[in-house]
Design a protein around this ligand. Structure first.
Ligand code: PBG
Length: 329
């Protein structure tokens, strides 16, 4: 038998053969674009660290999506940011985001696939993802879950195609699935942030959403409900749980430093996996690019390929709108 040379370099000798033997490919249609719409601002605002993604006004949001559709981007993850007057401790008012979902669906209908983030962090005075007890030292799980299910029904009734709970309360997927089904919304999907870690890479997002935990509250951070990166086993347990509670799509977030988790989960659980290439991860490449150390587009594309290799079916990224341009398809 002819012995293949070790690490056959003939496969890498030119662009043509490299294209023919690729094992992994990222398609622009696998990318989901994050969108922020903010109550009470007059003009769209830039977000530090994630250039090309804005805090949109209701008007600029519609223009942005029109522009994205023209570029072939049709899948979105929307974050509604209510104004300070709508921050409460309980009895939340979701009318701002509900109106934005309706406006998007009225204008674009089934031309877009609209997932909407469901979490209380932009609606609570404390900045926490759930409802706090009176002395503010822990999150009340059942009360929070009920509030989240109510929020999900309002978003689904407004036209969301997919509900994406990012709060990390226990049992919220089942509560949301039951509430949706009870309201005849059984077509609406759930994309659960099933393996979401307490991470330092959410910084730019919290600026965009005005959702950092309030310093004056006893509970200082989200480590009591988001996963601990020292316990990868929890990612598996929580993802199986969410799958069994009725989540259609599971998620690993952040992703760049969690590819081992993604690989394990996507090998074990028979659900499509989304990954969230979060704001701080995106910003690291942008910051290096600003210093002239790296090419931002090529850096993001390389990161997307790593996610795909590790088992992602879809990628939530702030650069989905550059997908066609960067991937050349
Ligand atoms: C809401 C939420 C967060 C992100 C998405 N949904 C931040 C957080 O948990 O504080 C982070 C997304 C990003 O950094 O791009 N809970």
């Amino acid at each position: 038998m002819y012995a293949q040379p070790l690490g056959n370099r003939r496969f890498r000798q030119n662009k043509h053969i490299r294209e023919l033997v690729r094992e992994v490919r990222v398609h622009p249609e696998e990318l989901i674009q994050g969108l922020f719409v903010v109550d009470g601002i007059k003009e769209k605002e830039a977000i530090p660290g994630i250039p090309g993604t804005y805090r949109d006004t209701p008007e600029t949001l519609l223009m942005q999506v029109e522009d994205d559709l023209a570029k072939g981007v049709s899948k979105f993850l929307l974050f509604g940011v209510p104004g300070p007057q709508d921050k409460h401790s309980h009895d939340f008012d979701h009318s701002f985001t509900v109106s934005q979902i309706k406006a998007l669906k009225d204008k674009f209908g089934s031309d877009i696939w609209l997932a909407v983030d469901v979490c209380l962090c932009a609606s609570t005075i404390s900045g926490h993802c759930g409802i706090l007890n009176d002395c503010g030292d822990h999150v009340l799980n059942p009360e929070s879950t009920e509030a989240l299910a109510d929020m999900a029904v309002q978003y689904a009734q407004a036209g969301a195609d997919c509900i994406a709970p990012s709060d990390m309360m226990d049992g919220r997927v089942l509560a949301i699935r039951e509430a949706l089904d009870d309201h005849g919304l059984n077509q609406v999907m759930i994309m659960s942030y099933s393996a979401k870690f307490a991470s330092k890479f959410y910084g730019p997002f919290r600026v965009a959403c005005d959702s950092a935990p309030d310093e004056s509250v006893k509970l200082k951070d989200r480590t009591t409900y988001q996963l601990d990166y020292n316990r990868p086993q929890d990612a598996l347990t929580c993802s199986w749980r969410d799958y069994e509670e009725g989540a259609d799509i599971l998620m690993v977030k952040p992703v760049v430093h969690y590819l081992d988790i993604l690989k394990t989960l996507s090998d074990e659980i028979p659900a499509p996996f989304a990954v969230y290439y979060v704001s701080g991860e995106h910003a690291c490449i942008e910051a290096a690019a600003e210093k002239g150390l790296i090419d931002a587009a090529q850096g993001h594309v390389e990161a997307w390929h790593a996610m795909k290799r590790a088992g992602a079916s879809m990628i939530i990224t702030y650069a989905a709108r550059y997908g066609r341009e960067w991937l050349g398809s």
